[in-house]
Design a protein around this ligand. Structure first.
Ligand code: SF4
Length: 120
């Protein structure tokens, strides 16, 4: 099976083809650099993404906190991750890097704060 995808590692957006046989990459073509080759191989075998979102803040100087997964998670877990963040509210103060949700959607990856928010 050959999958053609657009590399998203840099703005060049190369079209990269990956041949897969029995779950093993047998050939990669169309990339312009090693980073693109690595991305394409991983994207076909085990696609992952960092997820960014927001949660509500109670008693903070601002009412919304930006958050992200600490590491990339499997692409098919993205919607579960976002659903897990619905209805979450944290109390200020919050420090950048604080864990907001542990092991989100059973991924073994935590969701962390990407900024600090003082109490109101
Ligand atoms: S293959 Fe390399 S040059 Fe092409 S889009 Fe990917 S990172 Fe950029």
């Amino acid at each position: 099976m050959i999958t053609t995808l657009t590399c998203i590692v840099c703005p060049m957006g190369c079209s990269v083809s990956v041949a897969l046989e029995n779950g093993i990459v047998t050939e990669v073509a169309g990339y312009s650099c090693a980073r693109g080759k690595k991305y394409a191989e991983k994207e076909v075998v085990d696609p992952r993404r960092i997820v960014t979102s927001i949660v509500r803040v109670v008693d903070g100087e601002i009412p919304i906190l930006s958050v992200k997964t600490k590491e990339s998670i499997k692409k098919d877990k993205i919607f579960d991750c976002i659903a897990s963040l619905k209805g979450i509210a944290v109390s200020a103060p919050v420090k950048i890097g604080d864990v907001i949700v542990k092991n989100v959607a059973g991924t073994d990856v935590d969701v962390i704060a990407t900024k600090s928010i003082d109490a109101a």
